[in-house]
Design a protein around this ligand. Structure first.
Ligand code: DAH
Length: 370
């Protein structure tokens, strides 16, 4: 019995002194494991006489239960202490700045498109849209491109294989087909059949959108963006065209005014046709708009060809119009100093976060440009 008392005292002392879970486990194995001290004592019960066993059995079993309970208590106490220590050591400093969150930006082309739309909207233009997948009629024929004319090939057109109906569709090479769609719509009888006749011009539209040509270098990409402009009314002349474009360019580049010159050019859908240059200064290695005595080609334009008006059911003896086509990406490159057009559509997030705009800087007719 004295042995049991001593053993219990020793085990209690070492359990109380155990510093961690590993020490507790070592004591458990040494006492209660297969060849542990208490397990050894339990084994002796088998060889005892019934009288001895009646006395020793409860004593040894009692010892085993008490030691097991001490081990469990100490283990729980150690775990609780460990958790307290971790909680104390791992406090969160809520005053630390949060790690930066990835945020997207507005693509420069979209920003520039919004800026341009805002300016034209203030001048009374509406936005019109048309399909990217066009047919020959809208992209070429109705725009007065003669059948088999080399200009059709000049556009480096992406053609689709003819469909089951034998019609060959294409990706529009310019936004000009939307001129045709808008004029044709104007000449539709109104939806309400009791009002006689077609809806008459005036038309004042801009058409921002994607255009496609099989071409790729520093200033050309197979997909790019254009903005078409079209005005149809009575008594429209080149003076209106010149004022509209000069006013737009000055507003867009945020300068007091620009000078322009019109060089004769050829587009099948305008007569006369011109390319518009604006005065600029190239002396500092960058192009400055609004000053200087150099010229920068900026867009194509002209007076809508009578054949185009006729194709769309508008009488050229009553109505005249002007049209223009601008490269949106190109204007953006000029305004924001982006050197290579191809970068704009690479989806490189470094480029996008450098040149992109905050969504809060979106221009609109109420707040003006950014
Ligand atoms: N569609 C022409 C192009 O992509 C640009 C253009 C020139 C549009 C003159 C016009 C215009 O409306 O009048 O090259």
């Amino acid at each position: 019995m004295t042995d049991l008392t001593t053993l219990e005292a020793e085990l209690s002392a070492s359990i109380a002194g155990a510093a961690d879970a590993a020490a507790i486990e070592a004591i458990r194995v040494a006492a209660l494991g297969k060849s542990g001290s208490i397990s050894g004592l339990l084994k002796t019960l088998g060889s005892m006489s019934p009288d001895e066993r009646r006395e020793a059995g409860p004593a040894i079993n009692g010892l085993r239960d008490r030691v097991a309970a001490l081990l469990a208590d100490r283990k729980a106490a150690l775990e609780a202490a460990e958790l307290d220590a971790r909680l104390a050591a791992e406090t969160l400093d809520l005053t630390l700045p949060a790690p930066p969150r990835r945020k997207g930006s507005v693509h420069p082309t979209m920003q520039v498109m919004e800026e341009m739309t805002t300016i034209f909207a203030e001048m009374g233009f509406q936005v019109a849209e048309g399909p990217d997948i066009e047919d020959d009629f809208h992209n070429f024929t109705a725009l007065n491109f003669p059948e088999k004319h080399p200009a059709r090939e000049m556009h480096d057109t992406f053609f689709f294989n003819p469909g089951l109906d034998g019609v060959r569709k294409l990706l529009r090479t310019h936004t000009s087909p939307v001129q045709v769609r808008a004029m044709q719509r104007t000449n539709q009888p109104p939806a309400a059949p009791w009002i006689a006749g077609a809806i008459e011009p005036p038309i004042r539209i801009i058409v921002p959108g994607r255009t496609y040509r099989c071409d790729s270098d520093a200033t050309h990409t197979p997909m790019f963006h254009q903005m078409e402009g079209l005005v149809i009314d009575k008594g429209i002349h080149m003076g209106h065209l010149k004022w509209t474009l000069e006013t737009f360019i000055a507003r867009f580049f945020e300068v007091a005014g620009v000078v322009s010159r019109f060089r004769p050019h050829h587009f099948p859908f305008t007569e006369p046709s011109a390319e518009m240059d604006i005065g600029c200064d190239r002396s500092g290695g960058e192009v400055k708009i609004g000053t200087g005595d150099d010229w920068l080609e900026i867009l194509g334009c002209g007076m809508v060809h009578p054949n185009v008006l006729r194709q769309c059911g508008i009488d050229p003896d009553v109505y005249q119009g002007f049209a223009f086509g601008l490269g949106i990406d190109r204007l953006g490159m000029l305004k924001y100093g982006m050197p290579d057009l191809r970068d704009m559509f690479e989806s490189d997030t470094r480029w996008l976060s450098h040149y992109g705009f905050s969504a809060f800087a979106a221009p609109n007719p109420a707040t003006g440009l950014s």
